[in-house]
Design a protein around this ligand. Sequence first.
Ligand code: SAM
Length: 275
Amino acid sequence: MAKAPNKRREAGSGHKHKKQFGQNFLNNSRIIDRIVAAIRPQAQDHMVEIGPGEAALTEPLIKTVSHLDIIEIDNDLIGPLKIRFACEPAFHLHHTDALTFDYSTLLKTPDEQLRVVGNLPYNISSPLMFHLLEHAENIRDMHFMLQKEVVDRICAQPGSKTFGRLSVMMQYYCKTEHLFDVGPENFTPPPKVDSAIVRLLPYKEKPLLAEDEALFEKFVKQCFALKRKTLRNNLKGWLESEQIEACGINPSARAETLQLADFVTLCNYYRKTLN
Ligand code: SAM
């Protein structure tokens, strides 16, 4: 049976897409429906959308949720968004930079749980996710469209080619799930890379605990400092081979073969050597 053609959203707002803001707008209603179905918005949700653009996701979300905070940096998109959603009580627009925005200002109660969504500008996706994770205790879940390569790295398992610093850090803070891929033809203009949707569920109680999380970040970076080098090499000046062995880990191993628990054990050991 012939495949039904994709339903295209209306184009022609006249907006000039800005590369510096990663403006690749979703143009396929089937993909938009699929993303919204994966998010499963509920009436009682307090949702935050990063980068609404021309409202491809905003529109279906605002029909369901009771509170939608929208964060957009591009001045040219602010006016049209305000006009379009002026009559929606759930709509709260913030004309600001999502990278520096203080998300705690959105909380109505100290233990409120936000749901964060966005087709993210790919050039800022990693720093943005780390910025959001500073508020992890107030985030129920996050659904993001990212470069497929980044989703692969976030969800990678030890021993795989894509396992690295991003995998360790994101899996330390969240349960990660690669939902589905989205091809470039579903965006206007089409990006040069494939995209994918990831679900991130921040742990309320982390299964593994680094005693100093700021140090853990630096330590993991050091473990991966030089690709294809052994831990012994990358941790020179941090831990001796005997100390790595004392943690039950082979100093000749490479960081990409270690389990998340190994990084935590090594870092907690290193922390003790500092005292
Ligand atoms: N959600 C729309 C869609 O799916 O069609 C647009 C997604 S587009 C990939 C990224 C959006 O993020 C754009 O609207 C862009 O202007 C906005 N954006 C880029 N950098 C931003 C930043 N630092 N803070 C807030 N919004 C940003």
